[in-house]
Design a protein around this ligand. Structure first.
Ligand SMILES: C[S@@+](CC[C@H](N)C(=O)[O-])C[C@H]1O[C@@H](n2cnc3c(N)ncnc32)[C@H](O)[C@@H]1O
Length: 185
């Protein structure tokens, strides 16, 4: 199904194997499958374009779930942090292969302001732009909650950082790219 969008996700099968769940039951909902494959492809391409410009910048996935974008975006010079609520980080550690070099899991709650300061390593507070993915997260929050997340990013992310977020526009799904402007710093 949709072979042209197959991301060759090396971790997805391992996660299915570890849970004992099969993919077949999800395939009936072809519209959701198509959307997720399409947005994965978009984020991979937008992420690769970011690291072509900023090869040794860090990446950050907010509400990563079980996704592992660093498998595609690792260029040998960059680094990566996958974040989610503590119980989801525990699941990642249980179900996914051990993290690769320059990649880490980090528990945080995006609704608790101040989480950016708690990011380790310190490179997230350097001047280098950060690639921030927030896929399938903001679209489930209310406007005030989204504002809390965007304020934290606007106040702390270095100028030139890019936020890639999946959004719903009048029922349609899209990936939006927002660049943190200099005046936010
Ligand atoms: C629909 S899943 C999307 C997962 C992944 N980004 C993807 O696209 O496959 C939403 C994720 O957001 C996480 N999440 C929800 N509220 C959060 C919060 N307050 N702080 C951090 N993560 C949160 C959930 O735990 C879940 O993993």
């Amino acid at each position: 199904m949709f072979a042209h969008l197959d991301p060759h996700d090396r971790d997805a099968q391992a996660a299915f194997d570890a849970t004992g769940a099969g993919a077949d039951e999800f395939l009936n909902d072809w519209a959701t499958v198509l959307n997720i494959l399409w947005r994965t492809d978009c984020i991979k391409k937008m992420g690769a374009a970011f690291f072509a410009q900023h090869p040794d910048s860090p990446g950050l996935n907010l509400g990563a779930g079980l996704s592992t974008y660093f498998q595609w975006l690792d260029n040998g010079a960059n680094s990566w942090t996958d974040t989610d609520l503590p119980e989801v980080i525990s699941l990642r550690e249980l179900l996914l292969a051990p993290v690769q070099l320059h990649c880490r899991n980090h528990p945080l709650d995006i609704m608790q302001p101040g989480w950016w300061i708690g990011l380790r390593p310190k490179r997230y507070r350097d001047a280098k732009p950060v690639l921030i993915i927030c896929e399938g997260v903001l679209m489930y929050l209310g406007a005030a909650e989204v504002a809390v997340v965007l304020r934290e990013i606007g106040e702390h992310a270095p100028a030139g950082s890019e936020l890639l977020s999946s959004q719903k526009y009048s029922g349609q799904m899209g990936v939006e790219r927002t660049t943190v402007p200099r005046q936010c710093r």
